[in-house]
Unconditional design. Structure first.
Length: 128
């Protein structure tokens, strides 16, 4: 069965956001990372991975996928068979937003939200 394992929040200022989740709410920091167009800090509440991310530019393709400004950017759904679920979301007419052969597979769900399909265990170490 599929389950939500991760939520990514796009923020304007990474450091104060990260400090808030750690110090005000007590989430456990699980790491930092950098991609070509964004920086991340990840946390866990013991069950779900929360990543705050800041894009270098709001013009980046994936920054635009969720809309302008701060917002919930996407959530991840763990599955036991990525290819099977990619085929299923396609059957429902979902737009695939990333390379469907590379994890994570981001897609636009009915209603417009962005989600991603990942294999079981992807976020157990905490990092995106």
């Amino acid at each position: 069965m599929a389950r939500i394992a991760h939520i990514a929040v796009k923020v304007e200022d990474l450091d104060p956001s990260a400090e808030f989740y750690e110090k005000a709410l007590g989430f456990t920091p699980t790491g930092k990372s950098r991609s070509e167009d964004r920086s991340r800090r990840s946390f866990s509440d013991g069950e779900i991975n929360l990543t705050v991310l800041r894009y270098d530019s709001e013009d980046a393709d994936l920054a635009q996928a969720a809309g302008q400004g701060p917002c919930i950017h996407h959530f991840a759904i763990e599955v036991d068979d990525v290819a099977k679920y990619v085929a299923q979301v396609r059957e429902f007419g979902c737009e695939i937003l990333s390379d469907p052969t590379k994890v994570p597979v981001k897609f636009r769900a009915p209603g417009g939200t962005v989600a991603e399909i990942v294999p079981v265990g992807r976020y157990r170490k905490g990092m995106e």
